[in-house]
Design a protein around this ligand. Structure first.
Ligand code: PGA
Length: 250
């Protein structure tokens, strides 16, 4: 069965609650495409008004992060149950900015992935190499390590539902998009790695996105690759361009 594409916006630390509603109202008519799962991952404080604003549309709301404990004395954190209760379906886990600025590791990513599945949230698990790693030729080894730790103790059934976002760090917010070949090569290596950890069926089911300076002009070729099932889009998800990205095949 063909995998359904999933195209997600990652708003990062942009948009106040009222700006979020305004942006959703602008993008709503532009991101209609029933062949694609469309997700807006928004700042935590925007989630409730965003869920309200996307009612009766094809847009799903995602979170940009969550904590791996159920509840309790973790000042400032957001629990999976809070996300679910607010109407969230997807959650980005282990974005490179979280790893770099907020000390997230492969181990905390794994804890969050397990916790997300416990609550029926679909994790968008991020991985990606630095420019140095790419130049040293260790990209594939490094990504395989990230994936293996992120999926420790995750069942095949769960993994088949997961989304992985391959985002080379050097391509994020830099305007330097990976070449189609580079993106496809790593996404295929990720699928092969999932096949080794689990089985063919799980590898065939899991959805793998490319992220890093995706634009309306680069999306069509990237998303046409055999192992690229959509994108995680930062900057361009805050503009009308996101409508073109979601309708990359039109
Ligand atoms: P970008 O961000 O599209 O602005 O490069 C992508 C991301 O960080 O998810």
């Amino acid at each position: 069965m063909a995998r359904k594409k999933i195209i997600a916006g990652n708003w990062k630390m942009n948009m106040t609650p009222s700006q979020a509603v305004e942006l959703i109202n602008t993008l709503k008519p532009l991101v209609k495409n029933d062949d694609v799962d469309v997700v807006f991952c928004v700042p935590a404080i925007d989630i409730i008004p965003a869920v309200e604003a996307v009612k009766d549309t094809n847009i799903h709301i995602g979170a940009e992060n969550m904590y791996f404990e159920e509840k309790g004395a973790f000042t400032g954190e957001i629990s999976p149950e809070m996300l679910v209760d607010a109407g969230v379906k997807y959650v980005i886990i282990g974005h490179s900015e979280r790893r770099e600025y907020f000390a997230e590791t492969d181990e905390t990513v794994n804890k969050k992935v397990l916790k997300a599945f416990e609550h029926n949230l679909t994790p968008i698990v991020c991985c990606g190499e630095t420019l140095t790693q790419r130049e040293q030729g260790v990209t594939i080894d490094f990504i395989r390590q990230q994936i293996k730790v992120a999926f420790l103790n995750v069942s095949a059934e769960q993994a088949a539902q997961a989304v992985i976002a391959y985002e080379p760090i050097w391509a994020i917010g830099t305007g330097k998009v990976a070449t189609t070949q580079q993106a496809q090569e790593v996404c295929k290596a990720i699928r092969d790695c999932i096949g080794e950890i689990y089985d063919e069926a799980t590898a065939a089911a899991i959805r793998i996105q490319y992220g890093g300076s995706v634009s309306a002009s680069s999306a069509p070729e990237l998303f046409a690759q055999a192992d690229i099932d959509g994108g995680l889009v930062g900057g361009a998800s805050l503009k009308a361009d996101f409508g073109q990205i979601v309708n990359y095949d039109k």
